[in-house]
Design a protein around this ligand. Sequence first.
Ligand code: SF4
Length: 245
Amino acid sequence: MNSQSILKVSEVFDSIQGEGSYAGTPCIFLRLATCNLKCAWCDTKYTWDWENYDIDKEIKEFSVYEIAKKITLSNKTHVVITGGEPLLQQANLVSLLRLIKSKRGKESNPNVYFIEIETNGTVIPTKEIMDLVDQWNISPKTSNSHNKQKGINLEQLYEKSLSFYKYLQNASFKFVIDKSEDLVEIDQILKKYNLPKEQVILMPQGATKESILEKSRWITNYAKKNNFAFSTRLHVLLWDNQRGK
Ligand code: SF4
């Protein structure tokens, strides 16, 4: 294990998981910097958009030993690793996860550490990291993300990766929905890659509670009718997407 491995970090903070299968769970977030996509509605552009954010202010480098210390000194044993795209740093992330998994929580919470990874699903994980992750939250992007207009070929990226991810049992496929037309595209993606419907979660796009609530009404109607799971975005409802919450 190389505890001198470095990770580029955007922020580390305590909160509750706001989305997906573990929504509501108290956790510590590790947000890693940089991303290989450029989603138009991205709410964490400070992790990768260096035309609008100052890279020197936004990214800090820490050894995996320092990050493990921050995590194990908190009273949380549920760890959500997000970004940006965290798998761009997966080699060094393996060192961090090995360190964390070798420990138990503090006296008040002596559990083993549970690791969730939030990924855009374009990068195939290595066997090493697969063995350390408890839950994969894969969020394939659709045309509403406007990556195509930025010269990014999503179809090419997902061709191999989704064919890999579809076999994972401990994964959910969380689709971000902006307009009703997105539901047609999602249906096509599910069929194309043969993704397991029971592992799919539909979630509204939005950075304010008003937009989340408005979209939630028609998305939940569709979800009920078609037997899909639905997830809200608790952190937006509670804090309007403030950083570090
Ligand atoms: S994949 Fe995630 S972090 Fe990257 S640009 Fe899209 S929304 Fe932002």
